[in-house]
Design a protein around this ligand. Sequence first.
Ligand SMILES: Cc1cc2nc3c(=O)[nH]c(=O)nc-3n(C[C@H](O)[C@H](O)[C@H](O)COP(=O)(O)O)c2cc1C
Length: 343
Amino acid sequence: MSTPMTAEQIARHVVAEAVWAPSVNNTQPWRFVVGRDQVGLHADTERRLEAADPDGREMMISCGAALFTARLALRSLGYIPQAQVLPDPGDPTLVARLSWPGRAAATEFERRLFSQVRRRRTHRGAFDPEPLPQGLLAALRGEAAKDGAALRIVADDGRRAALAAAVQSAERAQELDSSRVRELTRWTPAPGSACADGVPATSYPARPERTDPYFPGRDFARGHGWGLPPLSTALASRATGVVGLLTTAADESADWVNAGQALQRVLLIATAYGAAVALHSQPLELAWLREVIRTELSDAAYPHLVLRIGMVTQVAVSVRREPADVLSFSSGDGGDHAGPGRG
Ligand SMILES: Cc1cc2nc3c(=O)[nH]c(=O)nc-3n(C[C@H](O)[C@H](O)[C@H](O)COP(=O)(O)O)c2cc1C
């Protein structure tokens, strides 16, 4: 076997990949502290959405997605990751301690998933009216369950329509809520901006693509006319895609982290199959509507995200902060007692 890598080299590789995880409004609410032989993944609470995410649930889901990506990055190097989720009750923002105690070559499947980390993009809009590849939904359901979450496919027409109506009402309510609009403004830079976070205009369509039933996207452009022009002017029929809910049986911080890990698994597998996924968290950011969805549409399991899965040619471009901006070093266990350590 080749010369073992140092903890610093391993951590730099891991963080460079983990930053490509999805996060709500691309807030990238994470920091990584590298210790002697482990990495601490911390939630960056200054990046929590105060209006949309008062409990930090979406922040922890985002960190969970980064955790799964970090685990996969360790596998890509042939290390066996060990993750302790929320290891310190005294520090609820320490999302996980990640170490790499053993070695085993990555499997073909792990390598395939890993190769999707930087290619994967959140889709916004409609899908082509093409069926999903055979076996994809079963694979997604099976993989989501590995992290203690569930992907529930909402196949019944009435239930799909009800979920679409929930997304529509939430979107309308949020567009009228001035504190949420102000918050969204902070995370939606104008075209040409050099911002390395937030949702860039290169990642959403300029005009909503209507489908039946209709799941509206967030109003990132806020009337500015920003966004990607339509790919073609042809009036091709466009599809909603397969609709699902990502849920967990309980609703504690650890469940949120697990939902995030399951989310990233689902997204990477879908990408590996050539499919794309659209995410809608608008109705789950309103407590009363989340409760309606929980009791009426998800068998009392706690819903975290509405997903639509489909086939489409993606052109979206997203942005990320430099790994060095979220990475610092400590002489100890990856706890939070180090200053920023660039370079
Ligand atoms: C918890 C969570 C909630 C999200 N909610 C939405 C949403 O409601 N609408 C949307 O378009 N994207 C949503 N996203 C996707 C993010 O906006 C996206 O991950 C981020 O902008 C980075 O872009 P990328 O996924 O293409 O890399 C969500 C992501 C997470 C992790």
